[in-house]
Write a protein that binds this ligand. Structure first.
Ligand code: NBP
Length: 487
């Protein structure tokens, strides 16, 4: 018999994400049981629950007690390191679970692992959700963006909890049922890929403003604050303005200048680019941001290359490019270049999602995805409301670039965008994200590309055949014979 003392939900894995999400759930009035392999973290969570408002958290110290402390049908969230730890955790709990109970993995899991676990769970009569959680520590505690995919019944069992725990925006909580299978994890993965792109584009804007425009950290802080009041308003632009203001506690100046220029990563960006390649979807801005992380890691090689090329006569062009720069105009141009580049990056991410949705019959609702990213998550931005509306206007939109509103915005910004990229190229400041976005735009919008020549080459050396513009069918030509005969 179930007693009133049973918890409504459980959460296992009390590291950064788990602890904060558990406290968030408890704060919304849902009694929760918590468990962690290393039990000291259970006590830590209980201490925080007491300090942060006597929250209804019940600490459990064994998998059995944990599972049996939950109301049926049991809903149990796992937030451990993705991969084998998730399988081990499931194995530890599932022997005490009963048909109809539900496992929710909130980690950054590879979507195929979730699909495997869904069928393993089904064999035991268990329900399974793979739920993307975005927003880091702060989001988990105060309102993340949640992307649950898998069993709809499992989602329905905890819909009320998720709706209260998620970030709230004017058009609802930042959660929606994503779709079947591993769709929740896949959508979170692409969200992270888009996040890579956004961070790269912002870092390029900073590079151009600092090294071409000669702006100080103080000026950069003000500009990013200003940008955060307009079309670029977003979490990443906001935190960037804060970063420029932090002084170095060990010396003069600001901390940002003392940070080693090597970017870390955990793999979701790589998965995004791999999936894009698998599905033949162009995601050059996201790929450029990933490549830049790889290149940033080659610090010693880059330092050596700088030296070797300087000795070989390479001159820094920055000085000449920045002389006579109209700072005010540069700032305005960079803002427009950043915005236009961002649209292209989101267009790539959304098209990757569309391709996967078609392949897997997930029936993803892109307007809803944009809506649940408006709050709580790292890519949250005012601009996502425009994306939501674009997909509401046309759910089958081929690309954000051809949505009438975005098309207008791109055209208005393209002169500034080209000026920034041109200036950066001539100054030798690498802007791979902005260049990739611009090249994507220019390639996508051109009705005729030089692909005719590539087709001719393929046909010449490999008899791959080609199609013609003026008649149907596949053609092969004896190119070499004809060319040499005519000479
Ligand atoms: P970590 O990814 O650092 O994982 C630590 C947790 O995993 C601890 O509770 C640890 O237990 C548990 N664990 C490990 Br490691 N191996 C285990 C095993 N074999 N059996 C049982 N438990 C095991 O935690 P996190 O940073 O909170 O992230 C959790 C998930 O959320 C990850 O998938 C992550 O990618 C994702 N995520 C993280 C963030 C973020 O900002 N950190 C944001 C969004 C999503 P122990 O205490 O006993 O070692």
């Amino acid at each position: 018999m179930e007693s009133a003392a049973l918890s409504r939900i459980g959460l296992a894995g009390l590291a950064v994400m788990g602890q904060n999400l558990a406290l968030n759930i408890a704060e919304k009035g849902f009694p929760i049981s918590v468990y962690n392999r290393t039990t000291s973290k259970v006590d830590e969570t209980l201490d925080r629950a007491a300090v942060e408002g006597n929250l209804p958290v019940s600490g459990q110290y064994s998998p059995r007690d944990f599972v049996l402390s939950l109301q049926r049908p049991r809903s149990l969230i796992i937030l451990v390191k993705a991969g084998a730890p998730v399988d081990q955790t499931i194995a530890a709990f599932s022997e005490y679970m009963e048909p109809g109970d539900c496992i929710i993995d909130g980690g950054n899991e590879w979507y195929q692992n979730t699909e495997r676990r869904i069928s393993e769970a089904e064999q035991k009569g268990l329900l399974y959700l793979g739920m993307g959680v975005s927003g880091g520590e702060e989001g988990a505690r105060n309102g993340p963006s949640l992307m649950p995919g898998g069993s709809f019944q499992a989602y329905d069992n905890i819909k009320d909890i998720l709706g209260k725990v998620a970030a709230q925006v004017e058009d609802g909580p930042c959660v929606t049922y994503i779709g079947e299978g591993g769709s929740g994890n896949f959508v979170k993965m692409v969200h992270n890929g888009i996040e890579y792109g956004d961070m790269q584009l912002i870092s390029e804007a900073y590079d151009v403003l600092k090294n071409v425009g000669g702006l100080s950290n103080e000026e950069l802080a003000e500009i990013f604050t200003e940008w955060n009041r307009g079309e670029l308003e977003s979490f990443l632009v906001e935190i960037t303005s804060d970063i420029f203001r932090v002084k170095d506690e060990f010396g003069d100046g600001e901390l940002v200048d003392k940070i080693l220029d090597k970017t870390g990563m955990k793999g979701t960006g790589k998965w995004t680019v791999q999936q894009a390649a698998e599905l033949s979807v162009a995601t050059p801005t996201i790929a450029a941001s990933l490549d830049c992380r790889y290149l940033s890691g080659l610090k010693d090689e880059r330092e050596n290359a700088a030296k070797v090329l300087r000795e070989a006569g390479l001159k820094e062009e920055i000085g000449s490019a920045s002389s006579g720069i109209d700072k005010k105009r540069l700032v305005d141009d960079v803002r427009q270049a950043l915005y236009a580049s961002k649209i292209c990056s989101y267009a790539q991410g959304m098209n990757l999602l569309r391709a996967k949705s078609l392949e897997k019959s997930w029936n993803l609702n892109f307007g809803e995805l944009a809506r649940i990213w408006k709050g709580g998550c790292i890519i949250r931005a005012v601009f996502l409301d425009r994306i939501k509306k674009a997909y509401q206007r046309n759910p089958d939109l081929a690309s954000l670039v051809v949505d009438p509103e975005f098309a207008k915005e791109m055209v208005q910004r393209q002169a500034a965008w080209r000026r920034v990229v041109g200036l950066a190229v001539s100054a030798g400041i690498s802007t791979p994200g902005m260049c990739a976005s611009l090249a994507y735009f220019d390639t996508y919008r051109r009705a005729r590309l030089p692909a005719n020549l590539v087709q001719a080459q393929r046909d010449l050396f490999g008899a791959h055949t080609y199609e013609r513009t003026d008649r149907s069918g596949a053609y092969h030509t004896e190119w070499t014979k004809l060319a040499r005969k005519s000479n």
